[in-house]
Design a protein around this ligand. Sequence first.
Ligand code: TEU
Ligand code: CA
Length: 540
Amino acid sequence: MNLCKKYSDFTRLNIYQIYPRSFMDFNGDGIGDLQGIISKLDYLQDLGINAIWMCPCFKSPNADNGYDVADYCDIMDEFGTMADMDELISEMHSRGMKLILDLVPNHTSSEHKWFLESRKAKDDPENPYRDYYYWYDEKPNNWRASFGGSAWEYDETRGQYYLHMFAVGQPDLNWDNPEVVRAMQGVIDYWVDKGIDGFRIDVIDLISKDIPNDKPGFGPRLHEYIHAMFGREKTAHLFTVGESIVKDIEEMQRHCGEDREELSTLFQFDHLECGRADKFTAKEDSLKTFRDTLILWQQETEKRGLLYSLFTDNHDQPPFISRAGNDRELRYESATGIASMVYLLRGVPFIYQGQEIGMPSAHYDDIACFDEVECLGNYKEMIEDKGLSEAEALEKVNFGSRDNARHPMAWDGSEKCGFTTGEPWLIAHSRAGEVNVAADLRADKQGRSVYSFYQKLLRLRASSDAFADGSFKVISAPEDDYFIYTRSLGDEKWAVICNFESAQEIELPFECEEPALANLGRKEAAGAYAPYECAAARIK
Ligand code: TEU
Ligand code: CA
């Protein structure tokens, strides 16, 4: 028996990512919750979504908004109860939708029972949690935490340093301890028994470390640990997507090859570098670099039969249209044009909440409006260590902060955006009055609804074997300022034409039927294309 499902078992998934804190608040406390998600399932189903990846919803003191888990088998108070969770699962399953949970195996919260026990167990070999974390008398290396500062924190109770690759409140688990592996298997099995359908796995590349040799990621036992989690009969049916900074196709093969029995697919981030010099610094870029990175991964994953993850946005990334598109005058055009560059490719689509209406970055005028730990840590470093002025640092934070993706979903143009009746935990984006679900649906009358375009795109994907399983071929040349590709399976052949930022004539080397999908309503696949205009048409 193969202990992992195959590529072709997942090509019909259309996945939507939810950040529960910001999606929909049902009980009016200003924080999104599980009942809020349930209330929007019909909206999502209507869009063409058949699976949801939900960011962590487990008990947490929220040092990093739920990525610091205090109990993997219980629900965060603000989000609801286990009864709500059971209801969500059954409401989804009755609609034929799959639920993918976010597993955070690299670290726990410093308030997790494992850590509370571990910190008092230095001299107690009887305590099973004694070696659950990395404890050292002296810092064994100079690793820096992702959110600023040293990755080693002195703990008074234990009298030793512990490792945290992220916030101080996120101690890293010591996977070299077999008890930790077993504990995480127990967590997975708990949720499998509840009937969930898959996991997104947080920073999977970090779980194995080589501390004495100073190697923070891709440690020597990484694949042994992934296999221990997911190469089991109990987990064979799951869809699993790991978050990882894989460098090349060989590395991806080692995670997702069918014979490996590890993961279904991975998120890799190469293509997202378009439009920025670093996380907090913008850069003028053509979509060419984005296109060429996508092409490379398309070709390599197809050659090896690997499942590729199609995405541009998530809860860590400011909206892609705000840095690589034009989120002002051409917001509709660039949101839909970029969608056609990505979501008709070979792989499994992930659409982040708000992307389906072309929601732009948040933009706040005051650092006090920001909430997330990464940008606040970096803001401090920019001013204290790098000598930036407050205004310069604020501009950088406005560009790169993860809050750009975490502000409340704007359901309508009212003061609280239809997200809550209370005080929202984070201020809505500055253009919520203009860009919201209700306004976007109204724009359908003018043929300018991003939602409606996504809906048509997802329907096209769902109705076509070529888009689900067909092969990919690039037609445009590297010097072209546009992207043409084909997807074909047997007699079913499609062309997808996506123009970049300038108007131009586009010739096609083949004849096409009238486009089945076009953001500006064009009737011929070839001809003069407006900025970000796109079309998908069957080849005759
Ligand atoms: O992010 C992993 C990660 O590598 C981050 O540094 C990420 O690159 C950064 O946030 C981008 O700005 C994951 C989660 O997606 C993130 O939300 C968590 O904060 C982090 O792990 C720790 O659990
Ligand atoms: Ca709530």
